[in-house]
Design a protein around this ligand. Structure first.
Ligand SMILES: Cc1cc2nc3c(=O)[nH]c(=O)nc-3n(C[C@H](O)[C@H](O)[C@H](O)COP(=O)(O)OP(=O)(O)OC[C@H]3O[C@@H](n4cnc5c(N)ncnc54)[C@H](O)[C@@H]3O)c2cc1C
Ligand SMILES: NC(=O)C1=CN([C@@H]2O[C@H](COP(=O)(O)OP(=O)(O)OC[C@H]3O[C@@H](n4cnc5c(N)ncnc54)[C@H](O)[C@@H]3O)[C@@H](O)[C@H]2O)C=CC1
Length: 445
């Protein structure tokens, strides 16, 4: 069988590796317009903020690794259209050569692109987006310039908050804007997000929430002012981080798309064309918290959906279990993790929910060093009592692993009452005999 994979970043790589490692004998062709693959954008802010010196280790694979396994891989080759009826992919190399690849099965792993705000001045120099390695490089180079002192970041979601920290670490004046009332509003309730807001402000980041950009003004073709519905701000550089949109142009008019443009897939990652699969940021995903199909762009989801598609194409029928959108962020030493839905999000989606909060030190009370407070919220449905979300915030890194238990709880529809009596280990170095997770569950109404 000949399988053509379009897009060779996290999702495409996961499909290719699954097929090449576990289902030998197929012809695998991989095509990508970029000149690099496997870039972990998640490391951009760590590198740009100089918590690591160089970006080299943010890549975990390369074309030679796939050639060595027998795949044909074409980089710097842009797919322009797909003839779904005759099963042929049309592409063009950087030097202009036409490429036509037939397929038996096709995988669309074309990912996403940052959303471009449609306001006057959007094409001025000095306006940046963050997705590709190359985009990270241009932000990095701009921050190196002495004349770039005031940096505006639009969008205080995950990328915006991380790059605001990085720019601040590079000694710049940073102004962080968001349409919502807090940072990280899509992931955390206000009581949690406010702790991050305070942390950002304590580290010198100027916060502008509930504020909408209306225009970008420039001089000699370069941005020098941001205009919002509340004021005018002189700036030297701007970074847009207002979310991603699925890169589904190749499927438009042929495959079924969701209202946000993502390609609709079933639990096997199959699209409305049975010989075409879609994985990663280009595709929809099933949310176990919502119990419906939605869109959650994460590298973790890209890898898992890639593995699922790989097995199904290879001949082992497996159904994706759905996801919780589990995520985490770490800014100036403050760590936050969440999974499923916040209280605000659950209500917005029409779920009838309750919540239970608890706060305690991470380790046993008699350990006085590196024993930070942890704040936890569990969100659960009033009637079914199934857990639909959890959030945690602390300076303690130990919280990071705990969120995964809640992820499994949501996936398996565990109730808040089952959690209350769950056997959680106790060791003073790590937690208390009355664990804050148990206590939050016991406190539930
Ligand atoms: C700054 C940043 C930080 C992030 N941090 C995290 C994190 O901490 N945790 C997390 O889980 N996620 C994180 N993400 C999100 C994560 O990077 C994405 O969810 C992930 O990249 C999706 O992988 P993908 O393979 O589906 O798509 P993409 O990474 O978008 O890759 C799609 C590929 O398709 C290629 N392509 C597209 N169109 C064509 C075409 N017409 N022809 C040929 N090739 C084409 C592109 O060149 C690209 O290589 C972060 C993202 C960014 C930008
Ligand atoms: N640690 C992690 O897991 C990370 C995950 N990612 C993922 O990558 C994807 C893209 O990240 P982001 O771009 O940060 O998206 P995001 O969805 O996390 O945040 C976008 C932010 O922009 C705001 N916004 C939207 N339109 C706006 C406007 N017109 N003006 C002002 N603010 C506006 C929203 O309120 C939101 O807070 C997300 O799916 C995210 O989860 C990215 C970085 C890190």
């Amino acid at each position: 069988m000949k399988i053509v994979i379009l897009g060779t970043n996290h999702a495409g790589i996961a499909v290719a590796n699954t097929l090449l490692d576990q289902y030998k004998g197929h012809e695998i062709v991989m095509i990508d317009r970029n000149d690099n693959m496997s870039y972990l954008g998640c490391g951009t802010a760590i590198w740009v903020g100089r918590q690591i010196e160089r970006p080299d280790e943010l890549f975990y694979s390369n074309p030679a690794a796939f050639e060595a396994k027998g795949a044909k891989i074409m980089t710097e080759t842009e797919v322009s259209d797909i003839d779904y009826t005759n099963k042929i992919v049309h592409a063009r190399t950087k030097s202009g050569e036409k490429v036509n690849e037939s397929y038996d099965k096709l995988v669309l792993a074309t990912g996403s692109r940052p959303i471009i705000p449609n306001i006057p001045g959007k094409d001025l120099d000095g306006i940046h987006f963050l997705k590709l390695f190359q985009e990270g490089q241009s932000v990095d180079q701009e921050l190196e310039k002495a004349e770039v002192q005031r940096v505006a970041v639009i969008g205080a979601g995950y990328i915006g908050t991380e790059i605001a920290e990085a720019a601040r670490r590079r000694g710049k004046e940073v102004l962080l804007f968001d349409a919502e009332e807090t940072s990280l509003a899509s992931y955390y309730d206000k009581e949690f997000a406010h702790l991050m807001d305070q942390n950002l402000a304590d580290h010198g980041i100027e916060l502008h929430f509930s504020e909408l950009a209306t225009a970008f003004n420039g001089k000699d073709g370069r941005i020098n002012e941001l205009v919002t519905d509340k004021g005018n701000y002189p700036i030297d550089m701007l970074i847009n981080c207002i979310g991603f949109r699925a890169n589904s142009a190749l499927a438009k008019g042929v495959l079924d798309l969701a209202s946000n443009g993502a390609i609709i897939v079933d639990e096997h990652q199959r699209t409305s064309d049975p010989d075409v699969y879609a994985v990663g940021d280009v595709a929809t995903i099933f949310s176990n918290a919502l119990q419906k199909t939605t869109y959650i762009a994460l590298a973790s989801n890209a890898i898992r959906t890639g593995i699922v598609a790989g097995h199904n194409i290879g001949g082992t029928e497996i159904a994706a279990p759905g996801v919780q959108g589990s995520n985490g962020i770490s800014i100036f030493g403050l760590h936050m993790t969440s999974t499923g839905l916040s209280l605000t999000a659950a209500k917005k989606f029409g779920l009838d929910v309750e919540y239970s909060d608890f706060e305690d030190s991470q380790k046993a009370w008699f350990l006085h060093e590196n024993n930070d407070k942890v704040k936890i919220r569990i969100v659960y449905e009033k009637i079914s009592r199934r857990i639909v979300g959890a959030q945690m915030v602390s300076h303690s890194e130990i919280i990071a692993g705990n969120i995964n238990m809640f992820s499994l709880a949501i996936q398996d529809q565990v109730t808040i009452d089952q959690l209350a009596l769950l056997d959680l280990f106790f060791l003073p170095h790590f937690n208390s005999p009355y664990n804050y997770m148990t206590m939050a569950a016991l406190k539930a109404k």
